[in-house]
Design a protein around this ligand. Sequence first.
Ligand SMILES: [Zn+2]
Length: 291
Amino acid sequence: MINVLFQSITPEVFVGLAFCFGLVVGSFLNVVILRLPQQLYAQWKEQSEEFLRVPQTAQDGPVETILRPPSKCSECGYAIKPWQNIPLLSYLLLRGRCANCSTSISMQYPLVELLTGIMVAVTACYYSGQVGVLYAVFFTLMLIALAGIDVREKLLPDQMTLPLLWVGLIANLNGFFVPLPDAVLGTIAGYLALWSVYWLFKLMTGKEGMGYGDFKLLAALGAWLGWQMLPLVILLSSIVGALMGIFMIIVGGKDRNLQIPFGPFLAAAGWIALIWGDKIMRDYSSAFSLY
Ligand SMILES: [Zn+2]
C-alpha cells in the first residue's frame, strides 16, 4: 500500500510536498529564533547569580520556552487562533497585522517561512530518492535557525552549532556526503582557520573581529562538507559579507566599526556548498585547467 503510494508520487508532487513541509517547519523555526536566545539568557543569568552568590533577581514574568506558551501577539498578548497561524497564508489574509490590535506583524515571520519552504524544496529536489535527504534537510533547517538567531542577537548558540557538528560527522560515518577522514579534517581545519584569523586580527588591531560561535559553525560546515570545501565556503561568505558591509556603509551611512554578524554569511555559503559545491568546484577547475 505504502509502496503504491510512493510510486504514485511524481517528482513535482514530491517537491511541492517538501515546500509545504518547509513552510510549516519555517513557522516553527521562527519560534526557535525568537525564544531560544531568551531561554539561554535567562539560564545564564540564573547561573551567574548562583556562581557570584548574589541574591536571585526575579525574572520579568515566566520565561518563554520553545514549546510554551502558545503563539501570541507580542504587542497585545492576543492568543493567535490556529487558522491565524497558517504559514504565509495567514500573514497574507491578515495583511500583516494582528487580528486583535492591528499592530503590524514582523516581516521576519513570512520571510523565514518562505525561505525555509524554498530551501527545503531545493534540498529535497537535489537529494530526492537518497537516504541522506533527511540529513540534508536537517542541515538546511539548522543553518536557517542559526542565521536568524545571529542576525537578531549576534549569537551562535553552542546548543545548535555543536549538534550540527556531531550530526555531520555521523552522516559521514558511511561517507554520505564526504569520506569520514575528510569530514574529521574539515572539522579541525574549519575551527582552526577562523581561530587563526581571529587571533591575527586581535593581535594586529586589538579588536575582536568575530566570535567563537563562528569558529564552531565553520567546524560544523567542515564536518558536513569536508576540508576540500572550506576555501569555497570562506571565499563565498567573505565576498557576500564584504559586499553587504560596503552596501550598509554606503546606503545606511553606518560607521565602519559597525558589527555585522558573520554567521549568516557562513550559513548561506555552507548551504550553497552543500547543493552546488561540487558543480562550482568542477566548473572552476575546468575553467582554469591547462589540460
Ligand atoms: Zn495584537
